[in-house]
Design a protein. Sequence first.
Length: 78
Amino acid sequence: MNIFVGNLNAKTTANHLSGLFIRFGKVLSSKVIMDSGTGHSLGFGFIEMDKRSAMIAIDQLHHLNFMNSYLEVNEVAI
């Protein structure tokens, strides 16, 4: 399942995201979206996990204060 993670601190990396989500299950992929011109974070990213782990992570991490930013964590609608 793909998970959208928004309102990321500008210093958040894909490794930071993986570290946050790993406690809920295996992280298949982690990505912070960067501006191609500046190389700076656009403030959101994506995590991929199995559905069961993802649902628990979404429930536990939505609105969590992580690196001084309150996360928006939702399932990616296809």
